[in-house]
Design a protein around this ligand. Structure first.
Ligand code: AMP
Length: 163
């Protein structure tokens, strides 16, 4: 569990964590791989969310997942980009959080993931929390915690001597 001062200060910034769904680049499950390849190349992100036609979160697509499909014996097979769809190759085992206020889970997930999708119980995609936005809040926390809370360093040497 997060200690109270840390949780309080991080929670104060949750409004800034979320990159809302309407400005998150995405592709749809039934788009072909050529479309996904173009989008990923143009926006220069290596991995983005995949949604269905109703804005529900379905998974993630990345450039490596697409290029793996193109690998042939001695050359790249680009025909596959027109033939296969995003839903054929996307990653579906994706850890998400239901709300931006789930700071503790987000923090754990961000150790291994550059962003965490925010998805409601009925799979509506709300946006993403990125490491970058989270780090800004952590920066705020690191500078503010001493101003807003009394921080007293414990003297562990006393208990060590008593042993
Ligand atoms: P950042 O922490 O800003 O570098 O973002 C981490 C990752 O989140 C990026 O590499 C992308 O995969 C994803 N990401 C960030 N912003 C967007 C966006 N507007 N649309 C889609 N994906 C994004």
């Amino acid at each position: 569990m997060l200690i109270k001062p840390v949780a309080d200060l991080l929670m104060r910034n949750t409004d800034h964590f979320l990159i809302p769904a309407d400005i998150v680049a995405n592709v749809q499950t039934d788009n072909n791989l050529y479309h996904a390849f173009l989008v990923l190349t143009k926006i220069k992100y290596s991995r983005i969310p995949v949604l269905d036609n109703g804005g529900h979160f379905e998974g993630l697509i990345s450039l490596p997942l697409i290029t793996e499909q193109m690998l042939g014996f001695d050359q790249l097979n680009t025909d596959v980009l027109m033939k296969k769809r995003v839903c054929d190759v996307m990653e579906t085992e994706v850890k998400t959080v239901a709300t931006v206020t789930d700071v503790e889970t987000t923090l754990h997930l961000m150790v291994d993931n550059p962003f965490v999708p925010v998805v409601t119980a009925d799979r509506v995609f709300r946006g993403i929390i990125t490491r970058r936005e989270f780090m800004k809040s952590f920066n705020f926390l690191a500078h503010e915690i001493g101003k807003q809370y009394d921080m007293i360093e414990k003297d562990f040497s006393v208990s060590e001597k008593a042993k």
